[in-house]
Design a protein around this ligand. Sequence first.
Ligand SMILES: C[S@@+](CC[C@H](N)C(=O)[O-])C[C@H]1O[C@@H](n2cnc3c(N)ncnc32)[C@H](O)[C@@H]1O
Length: 248
Amino acid sequence: MRRPPTRNDDVDWDSWPVQDYLAENYRDLHPSDAAVIAHHSAFYRRAAPGSAARSVEFGAGPNLYPLMLAAAASRRVDAVEASAAGVTYLTRQLDRADTSWEPFYSLCRELNPQLPPALAEALSVVRVVHADVRGLTPGTYDLASMNFVAEGVTEDFTELRKFCGHFVRSVRPGGRLVAAFMENMPTYRIGPASRWPSCPVNPALVTEVFTPLTEQLAVTRIDADPSLPDYGDTGMVLLTAVRPPGPA
Ligand SMILES: C[S@@+](CC[C@H](N)C(=O)[O-])C[C@H]1O[C@@H](n2cnc3c(N)ncnc32)[C@H](O)[C@@H]1O
């Protein structure tokens, strides 16, 4: 018999295995990171430095490179994260980032010279917010970024769509959006044992979800990265868009 899909509230996010996730994904700069950074940098280069009074990283987790990228355009970046483990890691990193993040920052800065010379200076605009992204007040932000969250926090496609709606509505009308999704990733494992929910998505589904919610929608994809663990994915789906005027 098919088991019911695991939903976001079914999961103990406080026990998210931050160190295993970092070791598997972000200790080294992988080609897929470089591709996402290149995609997102093109988006941020179109924004004047400091043009966003407030940006949000939606489900920040322990990934610092989206925060670095957002710093080029933002006077403040809220890294919103539900997991106590993720919040602890992020808070420590803002005090002193691990040296493993330096190659990521070098690439971010190479692709967007609007960033300051030092990583610490870029991260000085980031505030860690221990909260559920679904509770954010709509229209709070000028710019929102989401990386591997809507499809990586539930197995329920209806809930995935709701997360995407919250993401779009987190910005004001006219606010800018950038996102990355794992492509076709089934429920996945991190470290030796832990299992986490996922919805397999592809460019067609991401386009279908975001078309009614956004304008200037651009969806692309990259191939799977053989240097990363095999999570069963086929690559990544990348998105930029704008929240249209009026209710989303
Ligand atoms: C697959 S990880 C992605 C982390 C990070 N954005 C990245 O680029 O690697 C999903 C993250 O979403 C967080 N999360 C899950 N449900 C959440 C919710 N309702 N509100 C805020 N964060 C949530 C998890 O704790 C985890 O850090």
